[in-house]
Design a protein around this ligand. Structure first.
Ligand code: HEM
Length: 338
């Protein structure tokens, strides 16, 4: 059978309390792995049923918990990350890569225990049938952008690459460092894609109720809903894709990237807390506010967080990083990457 291992990962620990901190020399890391393995094998261990979470990223480095098999995988992930950074520089495609990662993960249903029926960050969004879901309009362009990186690093799964690209885009746009882990397994066929309709709509009859229904189904709470909505500090909405937003504004008519669309913020390639300030003030006709954005300052529970994030970028960054990491792991099955 496959020997598997889970390094328990708490999204609360940005770096300090991780079981792999402070940095372990490779030999010690291996010992820790063997210890965990023995516990896992020998006795009704409390280990999480998911297999083999081997990697934890920190600062600019990657930590590996098992030196032998994971060595190549770490090198491949590191290479892919560098290539994603290069792509971001060339194409200014930060927003659509964040949306790609979110839409792969955001189909997760916590009430379904079987993988991959539960949906989530499993690479299913690479299949045409899912790319054709109305909510995913335009995301085929994101897939095209990163396909060459996938081809170059064959050992990196789509599920990992989508999440790697998204987290790297947030970081490169000036956002917080996200405590990511890698080793996600891909679904293998289009019939494993989730059904259409699991992602949120922008203009539902009752936006607060709708957001709660959709995000609670993913296992996310009010604070996480508000923090994650702050990702709209990046990017634009295009009428020809989602049906929302103006064809162009003074902030988008010259690009960068394909010109057009309506952004939530004036500097829509910069990750900061301006989304919350702009949605709160609603003073600029050229900036977008979807019904699901507006409700963050109307609902009494959402409002507590939205007001806080508009005032305090550090708190937003902290909460965002934690929520994004959690989102990136929804429904994922982890295995030693090789
Ligand atoms: C709260 C419910 C949400 C709704 C209703 C929503 C809706 C939308 C819509 C309508 C667009 C425009 C798509 C287009 O026309 O190309 C969009 C874009 C975007 N969304 Fe969301 N979204 C939500 C949550 C999120 C979350 C949780 C994230 C990430 C953590 C996210 C990240 C983005 C990004 C980065 C873009 C810009 C894409 C681009 O410029 O190509 N959204 N969203």
């Amino acid at each position: 059978g496959i020997i598997s291992l889970v390094v328990h990962f708490s999204p609360n620990t940005r770096t300090k309390e991780s079981p792999l901190n402070p940095p372990l020399p490779a030999a010690e890391a291996d010992m820790a792995v063997h210890h965990l393995l023995r516990r896992g094998i020998s006795g009704g261990s409390p280990l999480h049923p998911l297999r083999g979470l081997l990697l934890v990223s920190q600062e600019l480095g990657w930590r590996q918990a098992s030196s032998a098999a994971a060595g190549d995988a770490v090198a491949e992930l590191r290479g892919a990350r560098e290539d994603v950074k290069q792509l971001l520089k060339e194409k200014s495609c930060h927003p659509i890569l964040v949306r790609l990662g979110w839409h792969d993960a955001g189909t997760y249903d916590k009430n379904i225990s079987e993988w991959p029926q539960c949906g989530g960050a499993n690479g299913s969004l690479r299949f045409e049938i899912e790319l054709k879901h109305a909510a995913n309009a335009g995301l085929v362009n994101a897939l095209k952008l990163i396909q060459a990186i996938k081809d170059k690093y064959a050992g990196v799964t789509y599920a990992d690459l989508f999440q790697l690209a998204s987290a790297t885009a947030v970081e490169e746009a000036g956002g917080p460092k996200i405590p990511m882990i890698y080793g996600r397994v891909d679904v293998s066929a289009p019939d494993q894609c989730p059904p259409e309709g699991r992602l949120p709509a922008a203009g539902p009859p009752s936006p607060a109720e709708h957001l709660r229904e959709v995000f609670y189904r993913m296992g996310l709470n009010d604070k996480e809903i508000v923090a994650l909505s702050g990702a709209h500090t990046l990017g634009r909405s295009r009428p020809e894709r989602s049906g929302w937003g103006k064809p162009e504004t003074k902030y988008t008519k010259n690009g960068p990237g394909a010109p057009g669309g309506q952004s939530w913020t004036s500097q829509w390639l910069k990750f900061d807390n301006s989304y919350f300030k702009d949605v709160k003030e609603r003073r600029d006709e050229d900036l977008l506010v979807l019904p699901t954005d507006a409700v963050l300052f109307e609902d009494s529970s959402f409002k507590i967080y939205a007001e806080k994030y508009a005032e305090d970028q550090d708190t937003f960054f902290e909460d965002y990083a934690e929520a994004h990491a959690k989102l990136s792991n929804l429904g994922s099955k982890f295995d030693p990457p090789k």
